[in-house]
Design a protein around this ligand. Sequence first.
Ligand SMILES: O=C(O)CCC(=O)C(=O)O
Length: 286
Amino acid sequence: MDAKERYFWDLTGYIVVRNILSKDELEAANDALDYYGDKIQPGQARRTNPALTGTGRLGLRGLNVLQFEKPYCDPFRKMLAHPQIVSRLNVMCGKGFRLDHGPQFIGGVKGTQGGTQHGSGDPHKPWVGYHHQKGNMYVGGVTVTWNLTDADEGVGGFGCVAGSNKSKYPMPAGVRNLEDHMGCVNQVAMKGGDVLFFMDGAQTHGTLPWKADHMRRTILFKFAGRTSSRTGPAKEVSPPEIYWDGNIVDGMRPEQLAVLYGPYSNYGSELPTLAVTETGEVQVEE
Ligand SMILES: O=C(O)CCC(=O)C(=O)O
């Protein structure tokens, strides 16, 4: 990652690296998707507001590109630890970054619906935040999107609020659902073979309805910094009685159990949190 890229990344919350895939590599990835073409199916059409409405988004139902049979998995396995990705994620997330979830296929045909803008850092989630210390950046969640078809200006696909990784105020509802986006939500135009990096969690982003005649085809790898755990088995192994030996947690009080949850970041209200009362007692918050 050079100084120019770092500047743009810091300023906007995304960068596009052009032409990472050669013509042959792009073709191989598209051939693999063609081979599994019957698995590419629309999901439910969920959006009712005029700015986002359309048919259901295309996904690969019940299948991960990494489990395609050989040689069809190869183009995607190569993307996983590609030199152009590793060199940048080492800077963005820090060494020891890992794939948290995905890769996810997101596709569309003409008329496919969009998705709301999200991930604005509102509320702030430290595990997907954008922080700096001693001249180094730290981004908890970075999505790396490989474009397998063109998304020229105006056709839709990935759209974001550039610079929202630094916004200090809540996102207005009209920006979230695009009904009054004030011109601050913009598509990022890309070609097949280009790779997009964005701050998934710290930057406001989403999907714009797809308008092109050709199919949108993208593969999203959801990377995380070492201390961020957004999905996967971490949630299942996190409860104290699983994460610790039974005889350690046996008979413990709720406030003691509350500090024995394993390192899963994405807990919502089901994670007990603690407070100290006016009389100096520790208790689980309601
Ligand atoms: O590329 C897109 O359509 C947006 C993806 C997105 O919103 C996400 O990964 O959270």
